[in-house]
Design a protein around this ligand. Structure first.
Ligand code: KG4
Ligand code: ZN
Length: 362
């Protein structure tokens, strides 16, 4: 079974082909440079870029692998949560293709796809607890099987990645600033008393990162010498030296520690609540963070769980994860009709598949 995956939920346009659960090829165009100057993703620009780039990526991918549109059995598309205008580009493209070729259509929950992505390179072990940390979401799930996710905890305000990006913005790093904080933070020991670990003194499995973000912003306001006068790039960061570099690295490490340790506390709590599980799966763009990777390795070790932590290219948004999740859904007999809706961030993605019947081919 040949599955095409389409991802346009935020600022990455991506397509991939998965044959029988194995990745055949993928193409990705990031819009990071387009949005960097604005300090965040500008939704209207994002949609226009998807519209411009997606058909070309699709043609190139098929051309490189000698695949004709009619060879595709199943079209998987990220249907939410995400930026509505961006999702509509991918979903409309998927519907048109399904209509013209007769391939079946399946809408994929972008968040589930992040957590299933490592299944492309290793066997996933269920039941699992999943931690999804991305620019828009911080969720924990109990995952019974690739098709059964129970939400345990979620952020009440900012997502972990959003906190990284907002702190980075205060320091005048370009969007998305998480990787800058990660890299510079590696040079210093964290001061674990400098910033709070918010919303941990309660039994809740939910997260809150906005207080931490504000605490860092207040600290930086009082230490303006830490802020880059012009928006920094990697060259500006490597040119930084002496005490200023040490102080900035310490702030980055301390903030990073507060996020990582909050995640540790909540994941350990989720593991207690979820009942017996065999593995811990960590995914999403923020799972690229070195301190968070080490912290989660420590949790899995302590609880004697198998740890699944995808490599960096599978952490951030990509088409392969959508194609793979779509492959699993389709293999289980799930599909969508041409009524498939795009679901914006903040709304629960419905489980509205048709099971066992392929509407397009029927
Ligand atoms: O999953 P993703 O690619 O997009 C969403 O679905 O949101 O995640 C993007 C997020 C951004 O907030 C970015 O700053 C963050 O992942 N990120 C990192 C690192 N690499 C990417 N955050 C911390 N450390 C990193 N190394
Ligand atoms: Zn994502």
């Amino acid at each position: 079974m040949l599955t095409l995956g389409i991802e346009t939920s935020c600022d990455e346009t991506a397509v991939a082909l998965v044959r029988d659960g194995k990745l055949l090829g993928e193409k990705l165009a990031t819009q990071i440079d387009v949005h960097a100057l604005f300090g965040g993703v500008v939704p209207e620009i994002a949609s226009r870029e998807h519209l411009r780039v997606l058909p070309r990526l699709f043609k190139e991918l098929l051309g490189e692998h000698g695949v004709a549109p009619e060879d595709i059995d199943n079209i998987a598309v990220a249907r939410g949560p995400g930026l509505l205008g961006s999702l509509l580009v991918g979903v409309s493209f998927a519907k048109s293709l399904s209509l013209s070729t007769g391939a079946s259509l399946v809408g994929v929950n972008h968040l589930w796809a992040h957590l299933l992505a490592p299944g492309l390179v290793e066997e996933l072990v269920f039941p699992a607890v999943g931690l999804l940390v991305s620019g828009g979401h911080t969720h924990t799930y109990r995952i019974e099987s690739p098709l059964e996710f129970d939400l345990l905890g979620r952020t009440l305000d900012d997502a972990a990645g959003e906190a990284f990006d907002k702190v980075a913005k205060v320091l005048n790093f370009p969007y998305p600033g998480g990787r800058f904080i990660d890299e510079l933070g590696r040079e210093a020991e964290p001061d674990t008393k400098l910033f709070p670990r918010a919303f941990i003194d309660n039994p809740s499995l939910d997260f809150s990162f906005s207080g931490l973000k504000t605490a860092v912003a207040n600290y930086v306001n009082k230490h303006q010498e830490l802020v880059f006068e012009e928006m920094a790039d990697f060259a500006a960061v490597s040119a930084l030296s002496g005490e200023r570099r040490e102080n900035l690295a310490r702030v980055c490490a301390s903030f990073n520690w507060s996020v990582a340790d909050t995640l540790r506390i909540k994941v350990e709590r989720a593991l207690k609540t979820a009942g017996p599980v065999k593995s811990l799966i960590v995914a999403g763009g923020v799972a690229a963070n070195s301190m968070i990777r080490e912290t989660m390795a420590g949790v899995a070790d302590k609880k004697r769980l198998r740890l699944t932590l995808p490599n960096l290219s599978l952490c951030t948004d990509n088409g392969a994860m959508i194609a793979y999740a779509g492959h699993l859904l389709s293999k289980a007999g799930y599909s969508h009709s041409l009524d498939l809706e795009a679901i914006p961030r903040g709304r629960v993605v419905p489980l509205d598949w048709t099971v066992g019947k392929n509407i397009i081919q029927a």
